[in-house]
Design a protein around this ligand. Sequence first.
Ligand code: COA
Length: 335
Amino acid sequence: MEKSCLGNSDDGLTFWLAEEKDYDDVMGISDNIYQGNDYLPRRYHSWMTEPGRVVMLARRGNKLVALESGLLVDDGCTVVVEGLRVCPSERGRGVAGVIQRFLDDYLQKLHPSIQVKRLTRGVEPGEQRLAKFTLLAKRAVLSLVGETVNFHSFTFYLKNKLHSSTGTGSDSGKSVPHLVPLDDKQLRKVLLDPDLPSRVQLPGGAIIQDWQPLQPIEANLEILGRRDLSWLVDDQEKPTFLSFYTPPYPIPYEGGSLRLNIDTFGTDAILARAALVGHFQKVLASGAFSGNGMLMLRVYMDCSLLDGIQSFCEGFEGVRKFRGYWEQELLERQF
Ligand SMILES: CC(C)(COP(=O)(O)OP(=O)(O)OC[C@H]1O[C@@H](n2cnc3c(N)ncnc32)[C@H](O)[C@@H]1OP(=O)(O)O)[C@@H](O)C(=O)NCCC(=O)NCCS
């Protein structure tokens, strides 16, 4: 066994920690994953240096066959696994289970503090649940797509709709809720408030940031701080609605597109609409809606909000639904 090889499986796989030089091999097994919405081409390089992260590869001979990553969160009590993929020619033969078991063993030795393993995944209605995991929560996902430049007019379209739907018909209507950003100090106070999970109905008690579940505790503030998020709340002290967007990032869809994720927590339909408009306005001001190519929008929300948000976003020609109803599941198992 080569020195940097970490181990092997009964059916001939060898396991390695991923390095920068493996990027092309990893992209080689990632073709068309998540219908072009894969985040890994963008994140792979930062994953190589992210504190608390392990990126595991499985090879058969020289050929890369699988990847899975784990990030230590929740003050060392939880590992969040992400990025799982198996090359198309090896799928359906249990390789995903094999690399997961190897990574679990590796992490257990490295961090004996880990008690649970968490993952999020996208599921179609009726899709089979993953055995061995407990479902902690689920959220609805709205996926929209359009030319990036169309999101400029879409922002104004939604803004007008928000104002007319709240009964004012004017841009300065008083009944349109006013959502506000949070500075670092306010954010810290809001996130560490023990009432927050019940007040904004955090799924499984976690802030799910672009598929990454993190409990709102001191130790995770630094991780959230790495993500450059823009927050909006209805109240800077005791919000009943909390939301943020992750800065748009490139994805492979249609030869190169942008992906914008908006995560929302809370169940008030009007606040959710106002949050969408508020985030779009901020993205617009950042210049991110002026590039070429397509933009894939994902909004994650309490399931009760989906119909209202969906109809709010309908009727604009240049932005269409990307796929039908699907959900984000938060799953957990004991380590
Ligand atoms: C989903 C994917 C990783 C499954 O790989 P696979 O090796 O073909 O899966 P198999 O059905 O042969 O393996 C079954 C094992 O993998 C596990 N598994 C399958 N899909 C899984 C998933 N999405 N998340 C976690 N575990 C999964 C099963 O629980 C089972 O584990 P066990 O052996 O401990 O019982 C593979 O189809 C793939 O790369 N798809 C594209 C990327 C993707 O959708 N990744 C999922 C991210 S959630």
